[in-house]
Design a protein around this ligand. Structure first.
Ligand code: AMP
Length: 432
């Protein structure tokens, strides 16, 4: 299924194409048709599944289908989300997907001055993304009202509960007009959340996708701390074990993939590299050879790996740790398909330590360290433990204050924000 099968209007389709999305994710496939019809929706899905586009695209289309100018200090759509980071991300997504539509978007959250937010709301907005506390503040000060709201999205409902925002959420709901289109998302459905959903939704369509973290549960994961210069030797060492029957090695860049493949060839391990510079035919042949067992190792970049669905992949090796934590989950999900078990090993050098931390935060589980391998670098590991300790302290501080600290990066930015990370010992710029 492609995005065009979903019946999106041209300006939205164009923005999606420009985002580089080739096909809808499972939650998008499942949710978009219901939402375009105007059905209420109960979505059991978490961040990382493509959830934002699953609601943003049909909302934009509905708003475009019923053009109406929002009145002063009012909003046509409200997305209520627990954290400032999520609010900013969702707002950015709406701006991206809606860039060929003439809508007005605003985002409001606490911890910053309110004046720019008040100004943004003054003329009315089509889409407002908000955290609950600041939203209620501005409503109480009469900078905003929700009487004309058409579409209401409650995002990450279970986290709202965890963070103690549920009373604020109830207060917001009490202010909404009774006729409206409702969307409700939660990664988990404890009884309190189910009751809240029942109170908000009318005959909802239910859509559930495996949370991105649980897809990883069947996979035996480990991290090997290693100096960058030792990674190739470590790979050769690891591949001596014949238990690694069908292996995908991930690199961050195309050049990295070629280099790894060459190194393997020199040590007598036939492999093929697939990445964005290879023709469709070459990729296809490499995949066929891999599927047929003619080569034991496939070296791939993230983009090339999207469509790899090969049964019986025994091991995934992250020659480089991805800086986007969701990519890690996608990569390791190439093994353990259809309920089989699988093994994922990540080679982590000094610069990649924070990426491991981001991954552990997303999957909510620590990745055990393999200290037995001969290239184990205690110094790489030790430095990570120090930074992990700091991260924990920051998280605890946030939980106490109920507010994310300013220093926390937006998700997906990677540990060395803004600094390009080079692939497989390569220099200069290269891409997946
Ligand atoms: P979300 O779950 O909304 O936080 O999305 C997770 C990531 O997936 C974001 O970086 C999106 O840009 C990306 N994404 C969303 N939909 C697609 C798609 N259909 N294909 C590829 N990437 C996507």
């Amino acid at each position: 299924m492609t995005f065009s099968d979903l019946g999106l209007i041209e300006p939205i389709q164009r923005a999606v194409d420009e985002s580089g999305y080739k096909e809808p994710t499972p939650i998008q496939r499942a949710a978009i048709p219901y939402l375009l019809e105007g059905r209420d929706l109960l979505g059991c899905a978490q961040t990382g599944t493509g959830k934002t586009a699953a609601f943003a695209l049909p909302i934009l289309q509905r708003l475009a289908a019923h053009p109406r100018r929002a009145g002063q200090r009012s909003a046509r759509t409200l997305i209520l989300t627990p954290t400032r980071e999520l609010a900013i991300q969702i707002h950015d997504s709406f701006k991206t997907y809606g860039k060929y539509l003439r809508f007005r978007y605003a985002v409001i959250f606490g911890g910053v001055g309110q004046n720019p937010q008040v100004q943004a709301l003054a003329g009315g907005v089509d889409v407002l993304v908000a955290t609950p506390g600041r939203l209620l503040d501005l409503i109480n000060q009469r900078h905003l009202h929700l009487r004309d709201l058409e579409i209401f999205v409650l995002d990450e409902a279970d986290r709202m509960l965890d963070m103690g925002f549920i009373h604020d959420v109830r207060k917001v709901i009490a202010l909404l007009p009774s006729r409206r289109h409702n969307l409700f998302f939660s990664a988990t459905m404890p009884p309190d959340i189910q009751r809240l959903a029942d109170a908000i939704l009318t005959e909802p369509a239910k859509v559930e996708v495996a949370p991105v973290s649980s897809t990883a549960e069947l996979i035996d994961q480990s991290v090997m701390y290693v100096e960058r210069g030792d990674k190739k030797s470590l790979l050769r060492h690891v591949l001596q074990d014949k238990a690694l029957k069908r292996v995908i090695v991930f690199t961050r860049t195309k050049r990295g993939a070629n280099q790894v493949s060459e190194v393997l060839a020199k040590s007598g391990v036939p492999s093929e590299a697939i990445h964005g510079n290879k023709s469709q035919g070459a990729r296809q042949r490499a995949l066929e050879n891999f599927k047929a067992g003619r080569i034991r190792v496939l070296v791939a970049t993230d983009i090339a790996a999207r469509g790899i669905d090969v049964e019986g992949v025994t091991h995934v090796i992250n020659f480089e740790v991805p800086n986007v934590p969701e990519s890690y989950v996608h990569r390791i999900g190439r093994t353990a398909r259809a309920g089989a078990s699988g093994i994922a090993i990540s080679f982590c050098d000094a610069e990649e330590r924070s990426f491991i931390r981001d991954i552990e935060k997303l999957t909510r589980r620590p990745i055990p360290v393999d200290r037995e391998q001969p290239y184990h670098s205690a110094s790489v590991e030790a430095a990570r433990l120090v930074s992990a300790g700091k991260a924990k302290a920051t998280l605890e501080k946030e939980q106490r204050s109920g507010r994310p600290s300013n220093r926390r990066r937006r998700r997906g930015g990677g540990g060395s924000a803004g600094k390009p990370h080079q692939g497989a010992g390569g220099h200069g710029r290269d891409t997946p």
